[in-house]
Design a protein around this ligand. Structure first.
Ligand SMILES: [Zn+2]
Length: 134
């Protein structure tokens, strides 16, 4: 999903919203035996600021499905992660940068997926390892 800031400015449209599904890269999950069971849903609002930079605020959500990292029971977990980022017209080394006046939200979504990714999938809080009897 790309927001054409240049075009919005021309049309005098300074606010809007977005909602789309994003097909994640399976390799973003680094928990063994776990995979995405839904696409990543993205929704949020955008606002064009006085210096023509773009503010985007929203959240991503997705479900992970697989085996509990401790007891190996089938389980799934929904992950919700909020983002609030800026795209500037000129690169500033800190924010995202528009290319030809366009902001590519895929960059934000990819980073949000990596930041939100849990390190383990648990069937319940505090799940214990299987206790083997000796
Ligand atoms: Zn478990």
């Amino acid at each position: 999903m790309v927001i054409d800031v240049k075009k919005c400015l021309k049309q005098g449209k300074f606010n809007g919203d977005f909602a789309f599904d994003f097909e994640p890269d399976a390799s973003d999950v680094d928990i063994p035996y776990v995979e995405f069971s839904t696409p990543v849903r993205v929704k949020g609002l955008f606002h064009i600021l006085e210096d023509d930079s773009l503010e985007v605020e929203g959240e991503i959500s997705y479900t992970l499905k697989g085996l509990c990292s401790r007891c190996l029971k089938e389980t799934e977990e929904k992950v919700v992660y909020a983002f609030h980022e800026y795209f500037t017209q000129e690169e500033n080394g800190e924010d995202y940068t528009c290319k030809n006046g366009q902001a590519d939200l895929a960059e934000v979504v990819n980073d949000a997926i990596l930041l939100s990714m849990p390190h383990t999938l648990l069937c319940k809080d505090g799940c214990e390892m299987i206790a083997y009897h000796s």
